[in-house]
Design a protein around this ligand. Structure first.
Ligand SMILES: Cc1cc2nc3c(=O)[nH]c(=O)nc-3n(C[C@H](O)[C@H](O)[C@H](O)COP(=O)(O)OP(=O)(O)OC[C@H]3O[C@@H](n4cnc5c(N)ncnc54)[C@H](O)[C@@H]3O)c2cc1C
Length: 441
C-alpha cells in the first residue's frame, strides 16, 4: 500500500483540505505542522497541548535553561507569529480526554481546560478528518518509601526544570538514574557550584543508549568533574528528617546525603488515548506504528516519543522506541507524506546528542549487535574520543565525544552505508574528513 492509497482510504476529503487535529503541541507536533503547511496542506490544522506554555524545546531544560543561560523566550520552538501566519490553531492548556472516531479515521475529540481553581473547568470539542497523536512521554516514577516527598523531582517539562533550578544551592542533589537526563543535570548542577551524586542500578552509565567503552569513558569524565558515580547501586528509601530530605539509602546499607532527589529513570510513553481507541500498543508502552507512522487501524497517525516503531535499517520486524528531537523531526517528515498522500521520505540514520558539562556526546546509528569497535583518539586533544562500531567490517554506529567535525563525516558515511577499511578508521594521523576523501568513501 502506498501513501496515496492510505490518504485516499482515510476519507473522501482531499488530503490537502482535510481537517487535521494533533494531540500534543511539542517537538513532534510543531515539526509536523510546519511540514504540513510547507507541503501544501490548506485544511484546518489544530494543535492541542495540555501545557500552558508556547511550545518549547526540551533539551535545554537540563542544560542552558537549568544553568540560567536561556530563559523561557529563548526556548520557544516557534514564536506566536509563526502559528498565526501559518493559520495553525494552537490550543494550549487544554487536555484531550476523549476521542471518538470512525473507520475512515474521522471523528471528534473532547478537551478539558482548567481556569484557575479546580472547579472552574470548561470543555470543548473538535471535529477532524485525520487524527495525529503526538502525546510524548511522562517520567517513570520510582516506587520506594519517601518517593512522594515534595523535593523528589522529575525533569520533563519547564515547570520541573524551574523547580530543580531553585533547589541546586539548597544542598546535595542525588540523581537516581545514570541516563542522559540525569547526567546532564548532574553536570549542570556541578558547574553551578552545587553537589551531585548519580546512583545507577546497572553496571554502566547510559546503558540503553551507548556502548560500554563510551560509558566507561564518560563515567571517568564525570568523576573528574567532581560528580559521584555509584554504579550497581539501588536506592531503597528516601530518608527524611522532619519535613526535609536528608539522604538516600542504598541497597548496600550506605546513606548518601541529599537535600533534593532527582529521578531520571526513563520515561513511559503517553499512550492512554491510543489504548482507549483500541490501537495496538506495546506491553511496555508505546503506540505501535509502521514506517509511515500509521497506527494499527491504518488511519490514525502517531509520532514522537509516544510511539514504538520498526527498528530503522533492520527490517526484521523488531520494534524500537527512539526518544529524540531527530526522531520527532524524522517521523514528522514521514507522517506529512502519509497525511498528504505523497511519496515517503527516506529514513535517515537516527542520531542523538547530549551535552554533559564540557562534554558533547554525539551518536548516530544504533549500538548493539556489533562485533568490533575502533577507537580514534586525538593526540593533541585528550578530551576527544571517537568510537566506531562495526559488524562484519561494516560501520553500524558511531559515538563521538567533543568531535563534532568527525561526527558529521561519520554520520554521512553511515547514511551512505559506505564500506570503510578499518585501517582508515583507526589512522589518527590526519582528520577523518581527509582520510575518507582520500579513501574515496
Ligand atoms: C530534560 C530533557 C533533555 C533532553 N535532551 C535531549 C537532547 O539533548 N537531545 C535530543 O535529541 N533529545 C533530548 N530530549 C528528548 C526530546 O526532548 C524529546 O524526544 C522530544 O521532546 C519528544 O517530542 P514529542 O513531541 O514526541 O513529545 P513531548 O515533547 O513529550 O510533548 C508531548 C506533549 O503532549 C502533551 N500531551 C500529552 N497528552 C496530552 C493530552 N491528552 N492532551 C493534550 N496534550 C497532551 C504533553 O503535555 C506534552 O506537552 C530531552 C528531553 C528532556 C525532558
Amino acid at each position: 500500500m502506498n501513501n496515496s492509497d492510505v490518504a485516499g482510504r482515510a476519507s473522501a476529503v482531499d488530503p490537502r483540505e482535510a481537517r487535521i487535529v494533533v494531540v500534543g503541541a511539542s517537538h513532534a507536533a510543531v515539526a509536523l505542522a510546519d511540514r504540513l503547511r510547507a507541503g501544501g496542506h490548506r485544511g484546518t490544522l489544530t494543535l492541542i497541548g495540555s501545557e500552558r506554555h508556547l511550545p518549547y524545546q526540551r533539551p535545554p531544560l537540563s542544560k542552558a535553561f537549568l544553568k540560567g543561560d536561556a530563559d523561557v523566550h529563548a526556548l520557544a520552538l516557534r514564536d506566536i507569529e509563526f502559528f498565526r501566519s501559518h493559520g495553525i490553531a494552537l490550543q494550549t492548556g487544554e487536555r484531550v480526554v476523549d476521542v471518538r472516531r470512525g473507520k475512515d479515521g474521522s471523528g471528534v475529540l473532547h478537551t478539558l481546560r482548567r481556569h484557575g481553581s479546580a472547579d472552574e473547568m470548561s470543555s470543548d470539542s473538535y471535529a477532524f478528518d485525520r487524527l495525529v497523536l503526538a502525546t510524548g512521554a511522562r517520567p517513570r516514577r520510582l516506587l520506594i518509601p519517601g518517593a512522594g516527598h515534595r523535593n523528589v523531582l522529575a525533569l520533563r517539562d519547564l515547570d520541573d526544570a524551574a523547580r530543580l533550578r531553585d533547589r541546586i544551592h539548597r544542598g546535595p542533589v542525588v540523581v537516581i538514574g545514570g541516563g542522559f537526563i540525569g547526567l546532564e543535570a548532574a553536570a549542570t548542577i556541578k558547574a553551578l557550584g552545587g553537589e551531585a551524586v548519580v546512583v545507577e542500578a546497572g553496571p554502566q552509565l547510559m546503558g540503553r543508549a551507548v556502548g560500554a567503552d563510551t560509558a566507561a569513558w564518560c563515567a571517568a569524565a564525570h568523576r573528574a568533574m567532581g560528580i559521584g558515580i555509584e554504579l550497581l547501586s539501588r536506592p531503597e528509601a528516601i530518608v527524611t528528617d522532619g519535613d526535609q530530605i536528608i539522604g538516600v539509602r542504598l541497597d548496600d546499607g550506605r546513606r548518601i546525603a541529599a537535600a533534593t532527589v532527582l529521578i531520571g529513570i526513563g520515561v513511559l510513553p503517553r499512550d492512554e488515548l491510543a489504548r482507549a481507541l483500541g490501537l495496538e500498543c506495546a506491553d511496555a508502552g508505546g503506540v505501535v506504528v509502521d514506517e509511515h507512522c500509521l497506527a494499527s487501524d491504518g488511519v490514525t497517525v502517531a509520532i514522537g516519543d509516544c510511539t514504538i516503531q520498526p527498528r530503522p535499517g533492520v527490517g526484521d520486524g523488531s520494534l524500537i522506541r527512539l526518544e529524540s528531537v531527530d526522531n520527532s523531526d524524522e517521523q514528522a517528515a514521514r507522517a506529512t507524506c502519509t497525511l498528504l498522500g505523497t511519496e515517503p521520505t527516506a529514513r535517515s540514520v537516527p542520531w542523538f546528542w547530549s551535552d554533559q558539562g564540557t562534554y558533547k556526546l554525539q551518536m548516530a546509528g544504533l549500538v548493539g549487535d556489533h562485533d568490533d569497535v575502533v577507537l580514534r583518539t586525538d593526540p593533541i586533544r585528550p578530551d576527544r574520543r571517537v568510537f566506531i562500531y562495526l559488524r562484519a567490517g561494516t560501520m553500524t554506529a558511531v559515538e563521538c565525544v567533543n568531535s563534532p567535525a568527525d561526527f558529521l563525516v561519520l554520520r554521512k558515511a553511515l547514511s551512505r552505508q559506505a564500506a570503510i577499511p578499518r585501517e582508515v578508521l583507526e589512522d589518527n594521523s590526519s582528520p577523518l574528513k581527509k582520510l575518507l576523501a582520500t579513501a574515496q568513501v
